[in-house]
Every structure is written in structure tokens, then in C-alpha cells.
Design a protein around this ligand. Structure first.
Ligand SMILES: [Zn+2]
Length: 403
């Protein structure tokens, strides 16, 4: 959780030096070119235990027990996907196809996935989620947030989070995703359920509490009730908001000190000011605009206002069924106005900030040894060569992951 120096037992773990790094992105502004990306050319990294213990120019690298040469390739931090919904059953390819034929996305489609998720066994949910995590890891994502939100009963939300917790420490209770069909006539009663028995059953499995503050989902008062109840139960707040139109969600998230507010497609100038003042991260989810053929948020406007921006997949079967952070980086560059460097920062260090983590999203001493070797001389290829499988090799906690 912190950037503490290596513990003394690491002295006994073998050190591995990764050499032949043509371009190293540390995402540590104190290293390399002193930019937010902290780029070092002709670099080496030393990994020991599960951590990075040294990063810098290859000529200055300390001796190690073993060496791995990556042949001049670029190395970047493992991606931090701070927004994903991986516990579900079923598929909505037909809905996607209909949307591409001209129908607009509406929040109610979530209820189809709720039906399928409730009908699935624990084993089916766990197998699907684990398969998606594997898919993400092979594409370079080494930290993943996973939400509930397709159960929407006490038992189904709790088991969704129990599955999520076997795959990540970044688990989020999203009982307030939509009002389930059987309670559509009494949303107030559903909010009471979420804030009471459902929260009680889910809090032991969750780090975060979230709500979908949007027309067709929950209004500001309802979202506030859910987040404050979650905070009273020891969870930290984050929010889905301002996706389908302008709304009160960003202001609410900032007022409650949320780590992040996600989507942020429609923002007023007052929303930008609130985000910058609160230090709440705006998480952009380009897979959603891509998959719903919706207007793109303007990342330039956010950065000009001094807002910290993260990029994540929102991987889910309805509005963004991609697990690919490289695709999201390419879309953020092409469609949201980011530079390749800004998009990579937002997909690594930005995601770490959205999860209040300082041990991931960077490659400097004290960080977890989560790194991606690209089949490319520079990180720019992530956006320059969209759709190309550029991930050559991944180390997760200093352990090599094969494709
Ligand atoms: Zn989402």
C-alpha cells in the first residue's frame, strides 16, 4: 500500500536486473527526463522480492544475482484498471448490434445481466471473472478494481464481492447500480435495502462503495445516502456520474471526498473547479463512448483545469466489453485529445491515484515490480499502432507472466 523501502528480508531474495531497456517509463517525475512520465532511455531496473529496488541508466545499474535482457524494447508500468465490472453472466452482443443499427444506450439494459447473473452458480461467476482477469493480465493490466452490481439482492451482491475478493484487493460494493426490476415501483425501499442489510453483508468483502448517479439509475439524494452509509461502514467512496448527461454527481462526489468520479462525459465549468479543488480523480472510460457511439469527453479541458485524469476500461457486458487498456489508451489519444504520454500516465499513475495507491502505476524504488515489456521502441506505439498485440512480456510482483 505504500512506497516503503524494501523490508530487511528482501536482502535474502535474489535480485534480478532487467537490462536492454530502450526506453523506460517510470511514471516517477524525480527520475529520467523529469516529466510526469519520468522517461529514462538506455535503462535498467532491478527487481527484488516483489518490488522494484532500483531504476535508472543501465550504465549505473548495481550488480544483481541474475540478468534479463529485453533487447531494446520499451518498458512501462503495469496498467492500473481502476474501473471494471467482471462478476456477471451472459452476453449482450445483440444489444450492441442493435445499438450500432441506431438505437441509443439506456441504463435499463443492466437488468438483463442481473437476471443472468442471479441464475449463474458461484463457480460460473468465478470462472468468468478469472478468465477476464487473465485476459487483462496478458494485455499488461496488473492492478484491477472489480465491482459488484449485477446481483442486486443481499445474497447475490455478497457472493459477487466474495468472488471479486479472490481476484483483487480493490473490490467495490455497487448495490446502487440500478433499481432491480422487482423493486422498480419502490426505489426508496431499494435504497434502504442497499444502505442496510446489503451493505452489512457486503462491507466485509469490499474496500470501496460506489453508486450510479444518473437519470434512470439513482438521483443525488439516493446516491448520497448510499455513499454516506458505506463510509459509516468503513468503505471509501467513488461514484459513476455525468455519463449520459449533465448532473449533480460530480459535485456530490467532490463534496464527499470521493477518490474518483468515473465517466465525466458531461461536465460544467463548476464541475471542473470542484474536481480540481477536491483532488478527486476524473476517470475517463473511452471504451464506453466507443461501444455506445456516444460523444467523447474532452480530456484537454480537464487537464487545463488542473484535474487529475485516469483512464480505465469499465469492462462490462453492456456498455464496454473490452478488457484492453492499450485500446483505451489509443482511444483517449485519438478521440479525447490526449497525447500518448498523457494517456499512458492516466492508465498507470492516474489509475493508481484513483485507487489511492502509491505502490503501483510507477516503476521506481519501493513500487511493486509490475511491468510491461512492449514489442516497440517507445510507449508511443500504444496509440500509434492501435489494435496490435504489443505486450511482449509482463512481470507481476516480479513474477513473469506468460501470454
Ligand atoms: Zn462502470
Amino acid at each position: 500500500m505504500t512506497g516503503m523501502p524494501p523490508s530487511p528480508h528482501l536482502a535474502h531474495a535474489p535480485a534480478v536486473v532487467v537490462t536492454g531497456i530502450g526506453q523506460l517509463v517510470t511514471a516517477d517525475p524525480l527520475l529520467g527526463d523529469l516529466s510526469p512520465l519520468g522517461v529514462v532511455t538506455g535503462a535498467a531496473l532491478v527487481l527484488q522480492g516483489e518490488q522494484v529496488v532500483w531504476a535508472g541508466p543501465a550504465a549505473a545499474a548495481p550488480a544483481a544475482d541474475a540478468a534479463v535482457d529485453v533487447g531494446g524494447r520499451a518498458v512501462v508500468p503495469g496498467f492500473v484498471d481502476s474501473h471494471a465490472h467482471l462478476v456477471f453472466a451472459g452476453d449482450r452482443a445483440d444489444e450492441f448490434e442493435a445499438r450500432m443499427a441506431g438505437r441509443r444506450y439506456a441504463a435499463g439494459g443492466i437488468r438483463r445481466t442481473v437476471e443472468a447473473t442471479r441464475a449463474a452458480t458461484d463457480q460460473q461467476l468465478a470462472a468468468r471473472a478469472a478468465s477476464l482477469v487473465g485476459e487483462m493480465l496478458r494485455q499488461g493490466t496488473t492492478t484491477i478494481e472489480i465491482k459488484s452490481g449485477y446481483g442486486l439482492t443481499v445474497a447475490d451482491e455478497a457472493r459477487s464481492l466474495a468472488v471479486a475478493r479472490t481476484l483483487t484487493t480493490e473490490t467495490t460494493f455497487l448495490g446502487a447500480h440500478v433499481v432491480p426490476a422487482e423493486m422498480a415501483d419502490d426505489p426508496a425501499e431499494y435504497v434502504r435495502l442497499v444502505c442496510g442489510p446489503m451493505l452489512e453483508a457486503c462491507a466485509p468483502h469490499a474496500r470501496w462503495v460506489d453508486a450510479f448517479c444518473e437519470r434512470g439509475a439513482f438521483d443525488a439524494d439516493q446516491a448520497r445516502a448510499v455513499l454516506t452509509a458505506g463510509m459509516a461502514a468503513g468503505l471509501q467512496p467513488r461514484l459513476h456520474a455525468n455519463q449520459l448527461g449533465p448532473g449533480p454527481g460530480v459535485q456530490l462526489a467532490c463534496e464527499l471526498g470521493a477518490a474518483a468520479v468515473d465517466h465525466c462525459t458531461y461536465l460544467s465549468d463548476a464541475d471542473l473547479d470542484a474536481l480540481a479543488a477536491a483532488g478527486t480523480v476524473a476517470t475517463l472510460l473511452p471504451g464506453v463512448e466507443f461501444s455506445t457511439r456516444s460523444p467523447w469527453p474532452d480530456a484537454r479541458r480537464l487537464s487545463a483545469a488542473g484535474v487529475t485524469v485516469a483512464v480505465a476500461t469499465d469492462c462490462n457486458p453492456g456498455s464496454s466489453y473490452t478488457s484492453s487498456m492499450p485500446l483505451c489508451v489509443a482511444l483517449a489519444v485519438r478521440e479525447m485529445g490526449m497525447t500518448a504520454g498523457e494517456a499512458l500516465w492516466s492508465a498507470t499513475a492516474g489509475g493508481a491515484r484513483a485507487l489511492r495507491r502509491d505502490d503501483v502505476g510507477r516503476l521506481s524504488p519501493g513500487a511493486r515490480a509490475d511491468l510491461v515489456v512492449l514489442d516497440a521502441p517507445t510507449y508511443v506505439h500504444l496509440a500509434y499502432r492501435p489494435g496490435v498485440p504489443l505486450v511482449h512480456r509482463v512481470w507481476h510482483g516480479a513474477r513473469p507472466v506468460t501470454g
